[in-house]
Design a protein around this ligand. Structure first.
Ligand code: R5P
Length: 281
C-alpha cells in the first residue's frame, strides 16, 4: 500500500525497520532522514492491532522527532473505531483514547478509510480526512454486472455508506434493522421491510469480523427471493470461518479493499489515499 501511494504521488519512500522483541515490545526505525519534509506515515491497524497501534504512534513520533515539518497519520483501517461510545458502564471509549494518543504522538492530520462512524474520530483537534471507498468498490461490482443493484446496509448506522455505493451503481439503498446484545455479542436482525424480489443485491458493511452480521442479513434477504447476492465490505478481518459462513449462506462472492491483509478478493484504495493526500498538500 505505502509503495503504491508513493508511486502515485511520485514521492520518496522511507523504508522502516521494524521488529517485535522476544518480550513482545515493538521497535521501529526510519532508515532515511525526513528533516524539513512533509511525511505521510501509512500504517494500518491490522492484527495484531495493539502492536500495529504502538508502531503507528512510534512512527509518527519518530517522524516529528527527526524534524518532519508535518506528519499525516494515514491509517487505512482504524482499529477500535467500533468502540466509539460507552455501551456499558465501566467501558472506555477506546476510539477516543486512540484519537488522543495519535495527536499526542505528533500527528498534524489524520486520514482513514471508512471510519466506522463520525464518533470514531470525534475529539481530534487536527484535520481529519475520511476516505470513502465506494468509488473503487463500485468499479469491481460494475465489472460483475451489478449496475442497478440494490445496496443493503446491515444496520441503520451503515446506511450512508450504502447510499454512497448505490449512487455509483445507480441503484437504491436500504437498511436492515440490527441490534446486538452488548454482553453476549449476539445479533438480532428484523425482517426486511423493503422489496428485493428478483433484484440483484449487494450487502455493504464497513467491517466483516466473524461474518455473523452479513450471514444473518443474507439469510433474511433470501426469504425475499433476490436474483443475486454479493457481499462487499471495506475492512475484511475475516475471523475464523467467516468466509465459508458467508459463502455457505448464499453470497456469490465477497469483495473487500486492501486496507488490511485479508483472505478475500480486494480492490485497492491506494489511488483514493494518494488523491486525498495530494489535495491536502
Ligand atoms: C458493526 O456495527 C460493524 O459495522 C459490523 O457490522 C460488525 O463489526 C461486523 O461484525 P461481525 O462480522 O462479527 O458480525
Amino acid at each position: 500500500m505505502s509503495r503504491r501511494v508513493a508511486e502515485l504521488l511520485h514521492s520518496r519512500i522511507v523504508d522502516v525497520e521494524s521488529k517485535v522483541f522476544p518480550d513482545g515490545e515493538s521497535y521501529v526505525r526510519l532508515t532515511a532522514p525526513v528533516r524539513g519534509e512533509e511525511v505521510a506515515v501509512i500504517q494500518t491497524l491490522s492484527r495484531p492491532q495493539d502492536t500495529s497501534t504502538i508502531q503507528l504512534l512510534q512512527l509518527v513520533s519518530a517522524a516529528k522527532e527527526h524534524g518532519a515539518i508535518k506528519a499525516i497519520a494515514v491509517v487505512p483501517y482504524f482499529a477500535y473505531a467500533r468502540q466509539d461510545k460507552r455501551f456499558l458502564e465501566g467501558e472506555v471509549v477506546t476510539a477516543g483514547l486512540l484519537v488522543r494518543l495519535i495527536k499526542e504522538a505528533g500527528a498534524d492530520a489524520f486520514m482513514t478509510v471508512d471510519a466506522h462512524s463520525v464518533n470514531s474520530t470525534k475529539g481530534f483537534t487536527i484535520p481529519v480526512m475520511n476516505v470513502d471507498a465506494s468509488p473503487v468498490v463500485s468499479e469491481k461490482l460494475l465489472e460483475m454486472k451489478l449496475n442497478g443493484a440494490s445496496v443493503v446496509a446491515p444496520d441503520e448506522g451503515a446506511l450512508d455508506r450504502a447510499r454512497s455505493l448505490a449512487k455509483f451503481l445507480a441503484g437504491e439503498a436500504f437498511s436492515m434493522r440490527k441490534s446486538r446484545d452488548r454482553t453476549t455479542g449476539r445479533i438480532v436482525m428484523a425482517d426486511a421491510d423493503f422489496d428485493v424480489s428478483g433484484k440483484n443485491v449487494v450487502i455493504y458493511d464497513d467491517v466483516i469480523s466473524t461474518g455473523g452480521t452479513v450471514t444473518e442479513g443474507i439469510k433474511i434477504l433470501r426469504r425475499h427471493n433476490p436474483s443475486r447476492i454479493v457481499v462487499a465490505c471495506v475492512h475484511a478481518l475475516m475471523v475464523g470461518n467467516a468466509l465459508d459462513r458467508i459463502l455457505a449462506a448464499g453470497s456469490e462472492e465477497i469483495i473487500a479493499t486492501d486496507t488490511l491483509p485479508t483472505t478475500v478478493k480486494t480492490v485497492s484504495v491506494a489511488p483514493l489515499i494518494a488523491e486525498e493526500l495530494s489535495r491536502s498538500a
